[in-house]
Write a protein that binds this ligand. Structure first.
Ligand SMILES: NC(=O)N[C@@H](CC(=O)O)C(=O)O
Ligand SMILES: [Zn+2]
Ligand SMILES: [Zn+2]
Length: 427
């Protein structure tokens, strides 16, 4: 059946223009002003909304196989659709580890509501020693990552980068020198740690490994993507590397872009993630890096855990917060509305930016796949974690009133999420 999305502002080719958009089957049939209502077509009134290509998230933990009590492909991709994402890249810290082609997320094809592109592990079992079957995996994965931990051995990382480069893929690096983190380090080594007497995670544990991996990327020619950048020093290193023309990209998360450690109101697990919320000047440096093109992708690092696992405050909870369902509203309300980040740049950081890192280009044009999201910029709504589609509920944005909620998400023409604009209840 056809669907006419009327009266919205369509984001394409880096511009926002008032237009209607007609979807037929799995494709976009037409885009233009005042499109006639085809007989039998349903109409979606997108007044006050932006119509964007579906977002791409380079960093999501779907927890299957092995940890389906935290999240499943079904629940995680339902959360993705609710957040406007139509492509998510699944991190490999699952069990068994995807370190050979036979172990590549078999659930994805069956249960996914949106496109899932898995990462493979850099090393067997993510143990940081023997390498995974890089050449055989490369054509079937987003890239290679041991996310959850740093690759400690420089020799191992160099060998991995040589093979990944030869296979034409990229390394997505969780940059952390665990030896620089004191036992029990659970938040940034800053104001909040001092106020509560918690062992802090120093910025150096991140930027020391960023510096090493940039050096290895220069040596090997391997494309390097830095995961969840959180420090001002790290941002400066990436900026310098890109100026030198090195094949280095990076992502930042909504929580690191919007929050800092001095604002954490209480010892609650929903503010605990790795890397942690950093200092105010780190946060400001990340926003600056979004504006000057140092950071070209926003990724959520959606990392769901059970309520029990997040109930032990900073000392006792696991690291990780969910992010798919709040990413756009949090960024739109926190950065775009106050004039800190233009809407077009925000959309680019969620679409063309991450797509380019994956080596693809998906835009809204006649004939293209109808994978898109309609963002309601008017309706303010409170973040209510108990209503998330994700199984994870821990979010630092709980209780905040935000604007920019997705009202409709289509994946290949199919409605995978809908919530009518202007209504206060879920449709
Ligand atoms: N970000 C987190 O705090 N946790 C992630 C691991 C990771 O992204 O490093 C997880 O898998 O739970
Ligand atoms: Zn990580
Ligand atoms: Zn992660």
């Amino acid at each position: 059946m056809a669907l006419l999305i009327q009266n919205g502002r369509v984001y394409r080719e880096g511009r926002l223009e008032r237009a209607d958009l007609l979807v037929e089957g799995d494709r976009i049939a037409a885009i233009g002003e005042g499109l006639p209502q085809a007989p039998g077509a349903r109409v979606f009134d997108a007044s006050g909304c932006v119509v964007s290509p579906g977002f791409t998230d380079l960093h999501v933990h779907l927890r299957e196989p092995g940890f389906s009590h935290k999240e499943t492909v079904a629940s995680g991709t339902a959360a993705a659709a609710a957040g406007g994402f139509t492509t998510v890249c699944a991190m490999p810290n699952v069990d068994p580890t995807p370190d050979s082609p036979a172990r590549l997320l078999p659930q994805a094809r069956r249960d996914a509501r949106v496109r899932v592109v898995p990462y493979a592990a850099i090393t067997r079992g993510q143990r940081g020693e023997a390498l995974s079957e890089i050449a055989a995996l490369a054509p079937r994965v987003a890239g290679f990552s041991d996310d959850g931990r740093g690759v400690r051995s420089e020799e191992t990382m160099r060998a991995a980068m040589e093979r990944v480069a030869a296979a034409g893929s990229f390394v997505a690096a969780h940059c952390e020198v665990e030896a620089l983190v004191p036992a029990g380090g659970c938040c940034h080594d800053g104001a909040f740690a001092r106020a509560h007497g918690f062992p802090g995670i120093p910025s150096e544990s991140e930027y020391a490994e960023i510096a090493r991996d940039i050096r290895l990327a220069a040596e090997t020619g391997c494309r390097l993507h830095i995961c969840h950048l959180s420090t001002k020093e790290g941002a400066a290193l990436v900026r310098r590397a890109r100026k030198r023309g090195l094949p280095v990209t990076c992502e930042a998360t909504p929580h690191n872009l919007l929050l800092c450690d001095g604002e954490i109101p209480a010892d609650e697990g929903r503010f605990k993630m790795n890397p942690p919320l950093r200092a105010a000047d780190d946060r400001a440096a990340l926003v600056e890096a979004l504006l000057d093109g140092t950071i070209t992708a926003i990724a959520t690092d959606h990392a769901p855990h059970t309520a029990e696992e997040k109930s032990g405050g900073f000392r006792g909870s696991l690291f990780g917060v969910v992010g798919l369902e709040t990413a756009f509203p949090a960024l739109y309300t926190g950065l775009t509305e106050p004039g800190l980040l233009p809407l077009g740049r925000l959309l680019e950081l969620l679409t063309a930016g991450p797509q380019e890192i994956l080596g693809e280009r998906r835009t809204l044009a006649p004939g293209e796949e109808a994978s898109l999201t309609v963002l309601d910029l008017r309706t303010a709504r409170k973040v209510e974690p108990e209503r998330f589609l994700s199984r994870g509920r821990a979010t630092p944005f709980a209780g905040r009133t935000l604007r920019g909620w997705p009202a409709l998400t289509l994946y290949r023409g199919k409605e995978v999420y809908r919530r009518w604009p202007g209504t206060q209840t879920e449709g």
